[in-house]
Design a protein around this ligand. Structure first.
Ligand code: A1D88
Length: 260
């Protein structure tokens, strides 16, 4: 499959999804939103894809947010249509059922930062810069930033970043819990390949059920969350992979999971 603004590479059970508009610092155009929705829908259906990583590809930016050049020439109707498409793209990232990790090099601003926040977690190299500058443009984050950021770093820190529109460095983002780890420049690709290999040696159905249980559970009170966790656990109980896991342990070998 080919997409105009996004590259997809495969490595075993991992899909490497890279924004591919380096000439515009991966600014989010209408076409890139369409491509991202199609790519993630395609990967959701691919049974042999167990996890994915979202990167800025060859650009010196992960994604610098909405394409302000494209937007400048839009009328109200076109803006409304683009907004609906953008919201669909952000929700497609947030609702992707398999582990989806953001690997950030360079700028992750506005919608670019919101794509990363919609992933399961973020790793970055030391060049990464994060920010939600929307209020400097007299708008607000419209890709889930006002919802995901406070859930990750708390209301007060989220309000400081959103009210100021200030950019923060990778080490600051790590100190605030936005980023799980920061690696030296040039080591991001090696790091995410190792991380994805570590994740995809595990049961793919269990990965999806763990994601479901966590995403649902953090939004509800404990008893409801525990009941939902039990539902997710039961999905794993009836898999052949679960039997393989037990067999492998008792035969003192690494399990070979098949996603069934
Ligand atoms: C739902 C989502 C909403 C949103 O995301 S709102 C938009 C939020 N994003 C922004 O406000 C970022 C705007 N861009 C900048 O602040 C700066 O740029 C950077 C800090 C990202 C980079 O600055 P520097 O390193 O000095 O490079 P440069 O000359 O400003 O940009 C290089 C080329 O990239 C284009 N570009 C940068 N950001 C965008 C963008 N968001 N939309 C469209 N193009 C962009 C520029 O125009 C220029 O291109 P040319 O060399 O042809 O002039």
């Amino acid at each position: 499959m080919e997409w105009e603004t996004i590259e997809v590479a495969r490595e075993d059970h991992v899909a490497i999804v890279s924004f591919n508009r380096p000439e515009a610092l991966n600014a989010l155009s209408t076409q890139m939103a369409k491509d991202l929705i199609n790519v993630l829908g395609y990967l959701e259906e691919k049974k042999d894809v167990w996890a994915a990583v979202l990167t800025g590809g060859k650009s010196r930016a992960f994604c610098v947010g909405a394409d302000l050049k494209e937007r400048k020439n839009m009328d109200t109707e076109q803006m409304k249509r683009q907004r609906a498409l953008f919201v669909k793209a952000f929700k497609t990232v947030m609702n992707f059922p398999k582990p989806l990790i953001a690997a950030v090099h360079g700028y992750a601003l506005g919608g670019g930062f919101e794509f990363a926040l919609g992933c399961d977690f973020i790793i970055a190299d030391e060049t990464a810069v994060f920010g939600l500058p929307e209020v400097t443009l007299a708008i607000i984050p419209g890709g889930g930033g006002t919802q995901n950021l406070p859930r990750i770093i708390g209301k007060h820190r989220a309000k400081e970043l959103i009210f100021t529109g200030r950019r923060i460095s990778a080490p600051e983002a790590a100190a605030w819990g936005i980023v799980n780890r920061v690696v030296p420049e040039g080591e991001l690709e090696k790091t995410y390949r190792e991380l994805m290999k570590e994740i995809t040696q595990n049961g793919p159905i269990a990965l999806q059920q763990a994601k479901r249980a966590i995403n649902f559970g953090v939004e509800v009170e404990l008893d409801t969350g525990m009941a939902f966790e039990a539902e997710c656990y039961n999905v794993c109980l009836t898999t052949e992979d679960r039997n393989e896991g037990l067999r492998a342990f008792n035969e003192k070998r690494k399990p070979v999971y098949k996603g069934c």
